[in-house]
Design a protein around this ligand. Structure first.
Ligand code: AP5
Length: 224
């Protein structure tokens, strides 16, 4: 089974992805995490994508597409399904992914949209903290660590993402409206997008997703 999660920045894609991957033993393919790892390596590519991300813009499709293709191929070789978190993000990326999955004789079974009002995501992002060592995500308001600034899981240092500052958040929301919403309209027109209310607590959102997976079973999509 392959699942793709959609939703504005801060809607909870990463949080739900962790729970779903744990439940269904899927490979968590987060393009944001892959790009942040690339940035940490300080290669030429890493420096280039780091600048783009800091400004809240999207990294060029070609760069992201190649990184994704490699991870998808690895997951398929291991015989595992994939949870797509943050990819595809525009119509070109959707077409590229669908072509790749067709070649690999597989498909996305569930396209899930996490619906939430913009003011709520801003609130979530400014209070998000991430562990520098293991990547675990916290929220100072709703899921704080036991000790200030320290990861409960590994003792690593918690930091605020550079793109979680208000100026970058604004640009990310504009990019989402400009690039990702047309992709979601396309999926809606094809009857593929399933919506959940992401304003509820984490466990409630997870139950909604589980319910629609149970209800719909596996679904074969057609390439448009
Ligand atoms: P990426 O890392 O994918 O960021 P994003 O899509 O903006 O999403 P976020 O990680 O900000 O939020 P999320 O929805 O995962 O929410 P989370 O679960 O953390 O991308 C970053 C950048 O990389 C992009 O801007 C772009 O530059 C580049 N990039 C990535 N993919 C790309 C692509 N395909 N093409 C081109 N460029 C790409 O939750 C947020 C907070 O809320 C947390 O603190 C969490 O604890 C809390 N929370 C979660 N759920 C709940 C809940 N139900 N109730 C209360 N709090 C909650």
């Amino acid at each position: 089974m392959n699942i793709a999660l959609f939703g504005p920045p801060g809607s909870g894609k990463g949080t739900q992805a962790e729970l779903l991957c744990d439940r269904f033993k899927l490979v968590h393919l987060s393009t944001g995490d892959i790009l942040r790892a690339e940035r940490r390596k300080c290669t030429e590519l890493g420096k280039r994508v780091g600048e783009i991300m800091k400004e809240g813009r999207l990294v060029p499709d070609e760069i992201v597409g190649e990184l994704v293709q490699k991870r998808v191929q690895e997951a398929m070789d291991e015989g595992r399904g994939v949870l797509f978190d943050g990819y595809p993000r525009n119509l070109r990326q959707l077409q590229r992914l669908e072509s790749l999955l067709t070649v690999l004789d597989t498909q996305i079974d569930h396209f899930v949209s996490l619906d939430i009002a913009p003011p709520k995501v801003v609130d979530r992002m400014v209070s998000r903290r991430t562990c520098r060592s293991c990547g675990r995500v916290y929220n100072l308001k709703w899921q704080p660590p036991e000790t200030d600034g320290v990861c409960d899981a590994c003792g690593g240092e918690l930091y605020q993402r550079a793109d979680d500052r208000s100026e970058a958040i604004e640009k990310r929301l504009v990019e989402y409206g400009r690039q990702t919403e047309p992709l979601m309209q396309n999926l809606t027109q094809r009857g593929l997008l399933q919506k959940v209310c992401a304003e509820e607590p984490v466990e409630e959102v997870f139950s909604q997703i589980m319910e629609l997976i149970r209800r719909n079973g596996r679904r074969q999509i057609s390439v448009s």
